[in-house]
Ligand binder design. Sequence first.
Ligand code: HDE
Length: 742
Amino acid sequence: MDPIKDAVKSAAAKIADAAAPPAVPGKPGSGTPTVDEPTTPREPLPPSQEQGTPAPKSPTGASYATPPAANAQQGAYLTTSAGTRLRDTDHSLKAGPRGPILMQDHHFREKITHFDHERIPERVVHARGAGAHGVFTSYGTASALTRARFLQKDVETQVFVRFSTVLGSRGSADTVRDTRGFATKFYTEEGNFDLVGNNMPVFFIQDAIKFPDIVHAAKWHPDREIPQAQSAHDTFWDFVSLHTEAQHHTIWNMSDRGIPRSYRMMEGFGVHTFRLVNEAGETVLVKFHWKPKLGVHSLTWEEAQLAGGVDPDFHRRDLYDAIEAGAFPEWELGVQVFPDTPEETFAGIDLLDPTKIVPEELAEVQPIGRMVLNRTPTNFFAESEQVAFHLGQLPPGIDVTNDPLLQGRLFSYLDTQLTRLAGPNFNQIPINRPHVPVNDMLRDGFHQQAVHAGVAPYRPNSLDEGNPSVDKKDGFVDVPVRIAEAPKIRQNPVSFDDHFSQARLFWLSMSPVEQEHIIRAYSFELGKCYEQAIKERQLRCLARIDPVLCSSVAEALGLPVPAPDGPIAEVTGSPALSQIGHEWPADGRLIGIVADAGADLTAVGSVREAVFAAGMVPLLIAPHGGKLGPLDVQRTFATARSIEFDAILLAAAPPPAPDAVPARDEKAGAPGNGAVDPRVLLLVTEAWRHAKAIGAWDAGADVLAQAGVAGTPGVVTAAGATEALTAVQELLPAHRVWQRFR
Ligand code: HDE
């Protein structure tokens, strides 16, 4: 007898027992699921290219064994984070089926501990956002102005864009009245370039030192943490009425620009003036503009409110769905170019003042490239959440100016990532990683991913033969701008004192409908304030912008109209700022088609095809999900809401469903005569109120009559499906049927 061999045998037998299925599959308590799961292990999807682990770099260029290609899921079997395969992940290790969990359950502890730490701090501003990947193709039109290689002719550069609201938390609604962030990371062949802009060309403050003030005022009240993602409250209006340089940005927020229809339909602005430098060392000053192919469009206030409840993810969903549908969002990047003079002004406008624009009529926006967003993130956290923008990430050929807001931002964006992404190595996170070799001398720190080799991470050195070298020819260019001899001083240039002329310029640029919306926005927001003194102070600011604006808002608030306490600027409007009166492609627009089993489904099928062929997205709305004849249903009367659609087509007049709200109740004032499903009537009346094109044929025409909208502007009754679609298509380039507003 060999006691050692026997012990090994008996242990092996126990392991074999444990490996055998413990009980009848599917039986509760047996350790196997009670519903069938797919049983053939398969590999997870491969990580995308830029999620690969970086090759370890040596300062001397020596190569090292490459570690496994990705930090993401690999292999077919579930493992611990240390790579050990697991037998069970559904039951904690207990002292008997009814006993307490054992401390030794290392898998339980790893699983729960990791989960407990899944969240990272949200961004202090711009916490709510959504991103997408794409490609930027340069036209080469800026090649005489800048040496930046990604702006040379036909160069293609990968990009990642993150759109955001400013004020709300990560879980807040998309359609609140707010400025939107428009931040682009260009993975250029000379390192990353981050263009971190907004959908409005000006900012609330002129000096970065005031950023905590505006943000504390605009975010929630510190005692109640309300409101969430709104500027309609006392502290915001207290600040902007006292701090009048904010008045220009504020009127942009109160305009329709504060409630965009879609991220796809927003302009983007670099806001600050940047400096471009070419091969010869010559410089110009520029302002960056993103122009959306689909034009600049907004929601109506009521749509924004409805979306906040019905679909708080409205913009995020729209971006994702559009890309998945192949309706790729597209922008042109353009620059306004100004001579780099010592005064840094153009047409009397101080180019270093971020509360000022240069009207496009004075300096045309010249297109320099095109960006198409064509891929949604694989993982929201890894990409949209962990992306870190930083204004100091500039390629050779683009430099900064002394705009005091820009100067402060150069500090803030690097600094904020240290807390948000927990350390200085955030550029090693896959989404932030440059698509070119990195050879820095930054070492160690939290979350270090690279295995740095070499013995001399310093310069000068002889041990690594002086490596890495600096590149005196193609390295980053700090333009040697002359700094005027001046005292150290906490003071702004006198030109920064003009706070109202461009707010008036903006007001005068708006069409009557847009002005009406601005009046209503101020009336709503100030109407939500409690403090009378704040409302009165803001009215005094409006008196400096325009008498009609001021008196209309005063009337809504029930307050006297103040006299302006200074001159009203003599300026003319900039027609380019108005969103109305132009025409844009209708690509990617969403067309809702209402039908039921009684409709001519062949015609409905053809109209869907025609919508697709026109580059738009048809969504079939039916009484129930699944199929309508041969057609797939995308929305039901229960899930469809007017806000989603740019136009409605009606192929039928569906009767009320048995489980619907009582169809006709005279006392409750329900619309219609009870013959049409009230949810369809609601869809149509809302679409009408929001000035959307509506077309109907066959029984669909009855819906128009029931909704009381037949024969009004932008409502078409046609002989057939094709004719209805054609008529609606003619209305879409104007975005809305503006005649419906007074
Ligand atoms: Fe930002 N801003 N900002 N900002 N900003 C941030 O950086 C800051 C300003 C903008 O999708 C933060 O990574 C200061 C102007 C966008 O990740 C923070 C000042 C413009 C985003 C920060 C400004 C912007 C941010 C928070 C005054 C338009 C979202 C998280 C000097 C031109 C980027 C982060 C994303 C984010 C600071 C003013 C746009 C704290 C100090 C002007 C689009 O660093």
